[in-house]
Design a protein around this ligand. Structure first.
Ligand code: RAM
Length: 416
């Protein structure tokens, strides 16, 4: 019964998102693709470094009709972990569109470096400039208390998205999809890919894993993880969920419960170095990269090295198209990444905008049971979101993971 529900959830969400994303701006997609090609198609080290250098130079960027010199007073700030990350850009696209629709001004502000210190410094400046709200994906669990306290005292609400902020200071956390689902699906996909099994048409990867491992007598399968930073809350929660999945007796003696973990700090150059280390050591069968930067860097490295190591994780179809099958006729195993997953990043950003506006008008306080209504957004109808207990704080669930594989890549490449 549970499996059936999961299959339906995956199927429904893919269909929903396909229609929901039909209205994506083509201009944005073209820019994203061009940037991606420049980054991921960079063959030699020099070219890769040049692309990464460009990203670093891009200190902060303001969008939504404002420039960095404009007044920040009254603006709704969206802060990602660092600049140069399409995932962050797409979340902001949704955030900005929803805010603009409500006559509000949104500003994208992210540090060049993926560190707590760099975010704290920016936050401090923005609070002084009297911004209206802060929506943040954090680079770590600790180190924000002082600056978050300053925001609280100034009456500036903090909402976290993607990577959690301290429950004591945030109104709520906008959770992209169930953490355990993401961790479980990633492990299941990595095992099936290692065994050369296509994404099952019925969507039930766990049943396929049970069947395949039941008759598996080969060497113990070893999985690697190429993550963001060692401190990033969201990636660490997914890694913990992967370890929970691996503790299921179905994997016992067949798949190692120990993940070989490396960290590329969501930086193209560092992620490439770590992917190359996996190739040189040749100890893992499949790399799981739960970051869009890491998976694209690993795709490029594995493809260039013609490595036998396979890849899956959380990726943007537009950034992964050179490393994945394109049509149902393709042999998925001719490519380094036969299938992977993500969720509707643009819609996710819009949910956080709706949450923030409801907080500011006093109708949502982030406590368990408190709710807000998000107006119709693109092809999504109006929807109510309710806060639930999550760790020591609360969260709001924005979506579910979708699988990208040879059967639907063509459709997704232009959308996300
Ligand atoms: C990266 C970021 C982000 C993560 C996605 C999947 O862009 O690390 O935190 O959620 O990938």
């Amino acid at each position: 019964m549970k499996k059936f529900k999961k299959f339906v959830a995956l199927g429904l969400s893919a269909a929903m998102a396909a229609s929901a994303l039909a209205g994506c701006s083509t201009t944005k997609t073209t820019t994203t693709e061009a940037k991606t090609e420049a980054k991921t198609e960079a063959k030699g080290d020099a070219a890769t470094e040049a692309a990464a250098g460009e990203t670093k130079a891009e200190e902060t960027k303001a969008a939504g009709g404002s420039s960095s010199s404009d007044s920040m007073e009254g603006a709704h700030v969206f802060m990602f972990k660092s600049t140069g990350n399409t995932f962050g850009d797409l979340m902001f696209e949704g955030f900005n569109e929803y805010m603009e629709g409500e006559g509000q001004k949104a500003v994208y502000k992210s540090p060049a470096e993926t560190t707590v210190a760099a975010q704290v410094q920016l936050l401090d400046e923005l609070i002084t400039q009297k911004v209206a709200s802060i929506t943040i994906s954090t680079n770590g669990d600790a180190g924000y208390d002082e600056v978050f306290k300053k925001a609280k005292e100034a009456g500036i609400p903090i909402t976290s998205i993607d990577s959690e902020a301290n429950p004591e200071y945030r109104v709520t956390h906008i959770n992209q999809a169930e953490t355990q689902d993401i961790g479980s699906y990633l492990v299941q996909a990595a095992v099936l890919i290692t065994l050369g099994v296509d994404y099952p048409e019925d969507g039930d990867m766990k049943a396929a894993v049970e069947k395949e491992l039941g008759s598996y007598t080969g060497d113990e399968i070893k999985l690697g993880v190429l993550s963001a930073s060692i401190d990033t809350p969201v990636q660490n929660s997914w890694i913990a969920a992967m370890e929970t999945e691996l503790a299921d007796p179905v994997y016992s003696g067949k798949v190692s419960p120990d993940l070989d973990k490396k960290y590329g700090n969501d930086d193209l150059t560092e992620s490439t170095t770590q992917a190359q280390a996996f190739i040189a050591e040749n100890k893992v069968d499949c790399i799981i990269s739960p970051t869009t930067v890491g998976i694209a860097a690993a795709g490029n490295s594995l493809k260039s090295a013609n490595s036998e190591i396979r890849l899956t994780g959380l990726g943007l179809p537009s950034e992964m198209q050179s490393f994945m099958p394109k049509t149902a006729e393709d042999n998925a195993f001719d490519y380094v990444c036969p299938y992977m997953m993500l969720w509707d990043v643009i819609h996710l950003g819009a949910v956080s905008a709706a949450s923030t506006l409801a907080t500011l008008d006093g109708t949502f306080d982030g406590k368990v049971g408190s709710s807000f209504t998000m107006k119709a957004f693109r092809d999504y109808p109006e929807e109510k979101y309710e806060a639930y207990q999550s760790g020591d704080g609360t969260a709001v669930l924005a979506g579910t993971p979708y699988i990208f594989y040879k059967g639907n890549m063509t459709e997704w490449v232009g959308k996300l």
